[in-house]
Design a protein around this ligand. Sequence first.
Ligand code: ZN
Ligand code: ZN
Length: 482
Amino acid sequence: MKLKKYIAPAFLSLALSFAACSKDDDEAVTDPDDTDSELPEENEEPKMLDLEEYSSGQKVMMQTFYWDVEPRHEWWTNLSDKVEGWADAGIDRLWLPVATKGQSGGYSMGYDPSDYFDFGEYDQHGTIPTRFGTREELEDLIAASHDLGLEVIADIVLNHNSGGGLEYNSYRDKETYTNFDEEHGNASGMFNRSYEHFHPNDTHESDEGDLFFSEQDLCHHQQYVQDWFWKDENSVAKYYKNEMGFDGWRFDYVKGFGEWVIRDWMDEVGGFAVGENYDGNANVLIDWVEETGIRAFDFAAFYRMEEAFDRHKDLTILEDEMLRQTYPEQAVTFTANHDTEKDENEDNRIAPENKMKAYAYILTHDGYPTIFYSDYENEEFQQEIQQLITIHNSLATGEVDILHVDNDEYIMKRNGNSENPGLILYISTGNNTKRRNVQTNWNNVELLDYSGNTTHIPTSDENGTANLEAPANGYSIWSVSE
Ligand code: ZN
Ligand code: ZN
């Protein structure tokens, strides 16, 4: 990304920008440099830093699918075409959809797992390939990703199964779909299962978690289930890691079982790991990451953003509790996923008109950000997301300080370090351009908006005070000039 190109056109529109600046906003502060800066000398233009020379020490994950991806059976090859561009954009990890055969066969998104070892190679549930393609196409995708230095994360459904044959279940005194063998939804013949491995059983009625999908809710206390999931050499965990080349795990529906399941799995295979604990309460997430030792998707941050930008239009909500405030290293932040984007309840998703403010938030704050496939591949969003990733990977480092919050303004500083100037994010949901004096870490230097959303060029004073600007209903991201 060539940021310096931004400077020249920025000056052309400088006068326009000042004209648009709100005069009736009583919080706006007059910029004393206004008159001086209208006719700048060509050689006096401040230049942006070359962001490729800076590193925040962290990159960004891509969620590589949405609900019911199309076209079916061609998803792995579609992703293979995309990975080079994603790597160039600053992505370092891919979260793939569930890679093995589910009960819905060629229509399955994988959350109805039947055969944990059928990656699109056995003829069952009406298809050889999964919805996403064949095993060979998946292996090609993983190899291509590794060649680019991208980690590949497997989506793992440990809670429940689907698509077995009927058998008599003595614990329920009726027939249940709990027989998984070569003829019944488990053509691989690996990890055959019967009613003894589900709940209730000889050990107990249920696991520690919710009973979801109750008749096919797997019992992780059964030695046989543990052996096949993570202990044996050809267990799911070790086969996915050693045979398929997966680098880590996204654990589905972790409310359905005890935290010890995750700990035991991680003791065997390690790797990057994040859990889907679908809960907007930060304290639930905090307890869970403490118990498991792995990361969690920050549903608290997601819902606070939804409330702040969409539901209540009140940016003070961004100060409420999130996982990332307590455990930034354990928080995987996101603005959308395959579930939220298909949910018809407006309160469960961030509206398109607010999506970029949410991306600006997660890509400047701490936490490990996730980009949602459909957002990145949306032509209206792509360039802006790319620029935000570039800013994230270079300047988004150091302590988080909130400098100012009110209903329609939010200003946050990343403090950087001795080699990195950090940044300041300024979000506004107001109808007019906003300006505000804030305390920066930068003395006597011209500041630039690296988002390209404003053309204002303030100069900080000897104490670091600077008059920053945010566009109407948008954001700016400030740092020093060269
Ligand atoms: Zn159990
Ligand atoms: Zn909403």
